[in-house]
Design a protein around this ligand. Structure first.
Ligand SMILES: [Zn+2]
Length: 210
């Protein structure tokens, strides 16, 4: 079922409480995200060097709250049920809690499609943009639920490239993303932004100066 991709860390269900996120701060557990190494290689050609860039992410242990994961996944599924997806029939929901929100409110979103197709927007961006519009800038936890492919492989349940880049914009080293697997005995698959988006674009001063 594609659920065991190496960079993903499995998280077993520990029971939802249904309480608000701020009431469950004490149920945090440690979760270790494994290291990733893509080796770098290069070959010299008559026209110049061709290189394959490497990518390294160190092993990292993070604190995660299973009750919050369960609550956000539930909110994501509820949002997915409200998706406007008459063209793809592929409903997606997302829910996010922001680290810089003292009230730890849940912002949710669904995919909203459009007859022009190009005006369509994903659930993840709707949720993140709602949080940004409320004034918050750092994602603590983002849950994504693809209601119509929950039993399928990870590539059919994880965020698209645009949403990964948008998540990058508001992510830091503590940000976690949970992908709903739909399994009764599982909370979902957990990644951080480095594992979700290698070489995610960051606009630095030197980039601007060219
Ligand atoms: Zn997307």
């Amino acid at each position: 079922m594609g659920k065991s991709a190496t960079p993903m860390a499995g998280l077993e269900k520990r029971g939802a409480t249904g309480q608000s996120p701020s009431m469950n701060a004490s149920d945090a557990i440690d979760l270790t995200l494994p290291a990733i190494t893509f080796p770098e290689t290069a070959v010299e050609t008559a026209a110049g060097r061709l290189s394959v860039p490497g990518w390294q992410v160190a092993e990292k242990t993070v604190a995660i709250r299973p009750s919050l994961v369960a609550e956000l996944t539930g909110a994501a599924r509820e949002a997915a049920a409200r998706a406007h997806a008459p063209y793809s029939r592929f409903r997606v929901g997302a829910a996010v809690v922001m680290a810089d929100d003292p009230e730890a409110k849940i912002f949710s979103g669904c995919n909203v499609e459009n007859a022009s197709f190009g005006a369509t927007i994903c659930a993840e961006r709707n949720a993140i943009f709602a949080a940004a519009a409320a004034g918050f800038r750092r994602i603590e936890l983002l849950a994504v639920s693809t209601l119509d492919s929950l039993a399928g492989p990870i590539e059919g349940r994880s965020p698209c490239g645009i949403c990964r880049q948008v998540t990058r914009e508001f992510a830091d080293e503590k940000t976690l993303i949970v992908i709903d697997s739909g399994a009764d005995d599982a909370l979902g698959e957990v990644v951080d932004i480095d594992r979700l988006l290698p070489w995610g674009f960051v606009l630095r001063e030197e980039s601007r100066d060219g």
